[in-house]
Design a protein around this ligand. Structure first.
Ligand code: 3HC
Length: 293
């Protein structure tokens, strides 16, 4: 790795951003975490507190290491706090207008050699790149939920990403203990392109009353060895996020496999977003609880 990414900015402290900040700080890096307002920062801190206390309870982290980890993360509500970072990883909601605005502003604030990575799951990295004056230094760095646990990082290169930027980001992901793969800029990259057709199909089976949610999930856990069934996994991902990913892939490919099941939209409209709202296909009585009420 030629570039040293010692101080990393994370923009957006939702589930993914907070998980990414934890992975970075656990590796000993200095993290500057930015969210739009104090409420966003409080929510992000809550994710980090919860996740690191669980690690302590499980004996994977001692209190001193936890204090050290959390102490390496500073918080801000302005992107100006990222003036001195070596790398930015963006994890704001999946809207191109929002990401374009964030990156255009970062382009003004950060040094010209700073690498910009987006954790987008399905939006075009090429399009994000053209909103900056440095499209050669823009890549995708797509983590998987829960980021502190899952090892995959999809490193997305565009036709203009400089090859040494890709090499350095791959080496960086490895230094975080991750297993990176490199892929071109296509909606869904590798994992989501394969996964979401399956998840969508499960929703269609459920909405046509083909099988109960428990039986659908049990079939894939006990028959195929998946750690979670598809409906429980959709609750973990967030139904709104899943809908956006499917919709983007459908608009790009017109493959019916990715046409979002109507039930997804209805559940989102009713506020059933999965774990983060307390109810999705299942009902949750805490952030970790898989309890069906
Ligand atoms: N944060 C930190 N650590 C967590 C965690 C979280 N949110 N959730 C679970 N863990 C840790 C636990 O502490 C535990 O660690 P240990 O084994 O060292 O003690 C380990 O993960 C296993 O957790 P549990 O024993 O509580 O429960 P499970 O064995 O059921 O594992 C799971 C939970 C890791 C979530 C597992 O069920 C799993 O891998 N599920 C599939 C998740 C998946 O497919 N994610 C990809 C979604 S797609 C995506 O992210 C792309 C995006 O673009 C949408």
């Amino acid at each position: 790795m030629t570039r040293q990414f010692s101080t990393v900015g994370v923009v957006g402290l939702g589930t993914m951003g907070a998980g990414i900040a934890e992975v970075l700080a656990r590796t000993g890096l200095t993290v500057v975490a930015v969210d739009v307002d104090e409420e966003g920062l409080t929510r992000g801190r809550g994710h980090l507190d919860h996740s690191t206390s669980r690690a302590v309870a499980k004996g994977k982290l001692d209190e001193a290491a936890r204090t050290g980890l959390l102490g390496r993360i500073s918080y801000a509500t302005s992107l100006d706090a990222l003036a001195d970072v070596d790398l930015v990883i963006e994890a704001v909601p999946e809207r191109m207008d929002l990401k374009a605005r964030v990156f255009a502003e970062l382009d003004r604030i950060c040094r010209p050699e700073v690498v910009f990575a987006s954790n987008t799951s399905s939006l075009s990295i090429t399009e994000i790149g053209v909103h900056t004056g440095r499209p050669g230094k823009v890549v995708g760095m797509h983590f998987f939920n829960p980021a502190p646990v899952l090892k995959l990082v999809e490193v997305v290169r565009t036709v203009v990403t400089e090859p040494d930027v890709v090499t350095d980001v791959v080496a960086f992901a490895e230094s975080l203990g991750k297993s990176p793969v490199v892929i071109g800029d296509r909606a869904g990259f590798i994992a989501n392109a394969l996964l979401f057709g399956y998840l969508n199909h499960a929703v269609r089976m459920y909405e046509s009353r083909y099988a109960t949610r428990e039986d659908l999930d049990a079939a894939m856990r006990y028959g195929c060895g998946y750690p979670m069934g598809p409906l429980a996994l959709l609750d973990l991902i967030g139904l709104d996020t899943a809908y956006e990913i499917l919709d983007t892939m459908y608009h790009q490919s017109r493959n019916r496999l990715h046409a979002p099941a109507p039930l997804l939209k209805q559940m989102i409209t009713a506020g059933l977003l999965g774990r983060k709202s307390g109810r999705g296909f299942y009902t949750y009585d805490g952030p970790d609880s898989p309890n069906v009420v």
